[in-house]
Design a protein around this ligand. Structure first.
Ligand code: ADP
Ligand code: MG
Length: 596
């Protein structure tokens, strides 16, 4: 078949190219903000409607454009930032590819208003689907405003890929938040659907971090700073016990540009060595300053990936810099060792190492069988209690309400992590955390379906101030949270008073459980496409469940096993991990060389 090759019309080419630069409202906001920063603006106003799907506007007080420049700004490859190949190797601006405005205008309805300080009137250009519809003059403040309506109005296929308003809002929020971290000296206002989401005044970095993430998180941060002739690193990392269950809160900036770089993230993570619990990630803000000649930021149109000339020395510098800072903060004794060492005596002393066996009692673990009267569940006098995280009379599990009888066969706890119990065919080893997770998960699903309904009323309601992004998420999830047993009252935009929590929340956790759930919820949102209630049930059960490391007494273990076996699936946790491992007598017999 004869083929004819032809050059695509410019409008179509722009529409195709737009796909690389503009994926969603947040990418529009990112590009417009970058232009404002490059224009030297110090005041940035961001306005969105419907998560940015129907409207995005960025207003700045930067240098503005002349009438002439405004007319060409929407052309493809139109840029004032570089002019020769050599410039590409020395990029000091956020933009340089000259394709953002052309790409945005190809897939939306755009209005540009721009005025340089010296000019009397502003130039106004209206452009739709890449076609200029109107050029005029108007009175306006100096600086630039770009309004973008109905993103992807002419590319329905792409429009259909956009997510719910609040998801798109969250992405926009992340972009604005990154600007706010990179430039605490900027005045930034962010309005969404006529609500003020952020209203930040110029501040120091410390103050800005407090404004965005709250005092509590700030207190948990350790500053670091290091430099040599080629590289400077500075920023904050969280102390290990304030680490997050999500990778999302890792902010890395290279010469003022937010970037994603696995190697640097890994270096930060590594500097904690064994200080982090498995599955935890440090919160960090890291500013890298490197001579632009030594990095290539022109790897992808979104400009978030970069190539370093010398990956390894950056890795080493971050690793050492962060490690030094952590060590200076009294965390040194644990660093460099292969785990925590406990100096106490008894089985706990060997935690993390092989158990020295002196007697059968050592093999069986703590003398749990002597501590609790099996009939009454009472603690026998003269028994030394392990330091339980559950102050009496509360208990890890709501034992008094348990409809199940207390077991009459023995249970042991292994390394405060696994429960061992004989079975008819041999023995089972149960992971206490995932077992409890399964129990709570099913209970939460029951709550949602309205089969049961209960709450723990708090004697002292807890007031929680959320950062704006989380406040929006709480509002969005409010009906579901109430379905779980939370009783929440909103005060203003970001303050929530917790009056009651679900029945299984442990004492001392009332004030943190909601934030914990939100953190995990956000992480799950990134990983998998989960229905909100399913995500909440998973996040809640993981966060409210007893943890590895929590000592349990015999009664608590017995009750947990009873409740586990009353669930629909006692063998697999909601995330698909096994809950128990069984070892049969036949297997043991084989291993001991007994004739089977
Ligand atoms: P790039 O930023 O890569 O140069 P853009 O398409 O984003 O490409 O912008 C094209 C040009 O329009 C910029 O180089 C700049 O000269 C001008 N421009 C865009 N936005 C602004 C703004 N907010 N203030 C001043 N000039 C701007
Ligand atoms: Mg740009």
């Amino acid at each position: 078949m004869p083929q004819t090759i032809h050059i695509l019309p410019e409008l179509l080419a722009n529409k195709i190219a737009a796909g690389e630069v503009v994926q969603r409202p947040a990418s529009v906001v990112k590009e417009l903000i970058e232009n404002a920063v490059d224009a030297g603006a110090t005041i940035h106003t961001i306005v969105t409607k419907n998560g940015g799907k129907s409207f995005v506007q960025v207003i700045d007080n930067g240098c503005g454009m002349s009438e002439q420049d405004a007319a060409v700004a929407f052309e493809r490859h139109a840029t004032s930032k570089i002019s020769a190949y050599e410039d590409l190797e020395n990029i000091r601006t956020l933009g340089f590819r000259g394709e953002a405005l052309a790409s945005i205008a190809a897939v939306a309805q755009v209005e540009l208003r721009t005025r340089q300080k010296a000019d009397e009137v502003a130039t106004v250009i209206r452009i739709e689907g890449g076609e200029v519809k109107e050029k005029s003059k108007d009175a306006a403040d100096y600086g630039t405003s770009v309004g973008v309506r109905n993103l992807f109005y002419n590319t329905p296929g792409r429009r259909n890929f956009l997510k719910a308003n609040n998801t798109e809002f969250k992405h926009v929020f992340d972009v604005v938040q990154r600007l706010a971290i990179a430039h605490p000296e900027f005045r930034i206002s962010f309005m969404s659907d006529d609500d003020s989401v952020l209203d930040l005044h110029p501040a120091s970095l410390d103050e800005r971090i407090k404004d965005l993430f709250g005092e509590r998180l700030f207190e948990s941060l350790v500053p670091f700073h290091d430099s040599n002739e080629a590289i400077e690193i500075r920023g904050y990392v969280s102390k290990p016990d304030f680490s997050r269950k999500t990778r999302v809160e890792q902010y890395l900036f290279l010469n003022g540009r937010y970037i994603i770089n696995r190697s640097v993230n890994h270096a930060v993570f590594q500097s904690y060595e064994h200080l982090l619990e498995k599955g935890s990630f440090p919160f960090f803000i890291l500013f890298l300053t490197i001579d632009p000649h030594r990095v290539d930021v022109n790897v992808h149109p979104s400009k978030m990936e970069v190539k370093f000339e010398d990956d390894r020395s950056i890795y080493r510098m971050v690793l050492n810099g962060v490690r030094k800072a952590l060590m200076a903060h009294d965390l040194a004794p644990s660093l460099g060792k292969s785990g925590y060492q406990d100096s106490g005596s008894g089985p706990r002393a060997a935690y993390g190492g092989p158990i020295p066996v002196h007697s059968w009692q050592d093999l069986l673990g703590p003398k749990t069988s002597e501590m609790v009267d099996r009939q009454t569940g009472e603690i026998l006098p003269g028994t030394e209690l392990p330091d339980s995280p559950f102050p009496t009379p509360h208990s890890a599990l709501p034992i008094p309400e348990s409809p199940f009888p207390i077991r009459h066969f023995p249970v042991w706890q292994l390394h405060n992590k696994y429960i061992i119990s004989p079975t008819r065919e041999g023995l089972m080893v149960v992971d206490q955390h995932v077992a409890h997770e399964r129990v709570l998960y099913e209970r939460t699903v029951e709550h949602f379906s309205g089969q049961t309904q209960s709450s723990q009323q708090l004697l002292f309601p807890q007031t929680i101030d959320f950062v704006p992004g989380d406040a929006a998420l709480v509002q969005q999830l409010m009906p579901h949270l109430e379905g779980m047993g939370f009783v929440l009252k909103s005060f203003g935009k970001s303050t929530v008073v917790v009056e009651a929590v679900p029945p299984d929340v442990r004492p001392n956790k009332e004030s943190t459980i909601l934030q914990d759930i939100l953190d995990l919820y956000k992480e799950n949102e990134h990983d998998v496409k989960l229905e909100p209630r399913e995500n909440l049930a998973k996040s809640y059960s993981c966060k409210a469940a007893i943890k590895a490391g929590d000592p349990l007494n015999e009664q608590e273990m017995g009750s947990l096993l009873d409740q586990l076996f009353a669930t629909k699936n006692p063998f697999v946790c909601p995330h698909g991990r096994p809950i128990m491992v069984k070892v049969t007598l036949t297997e043991l017999d084989k291993r001991f060389g007994r004739p089977v």
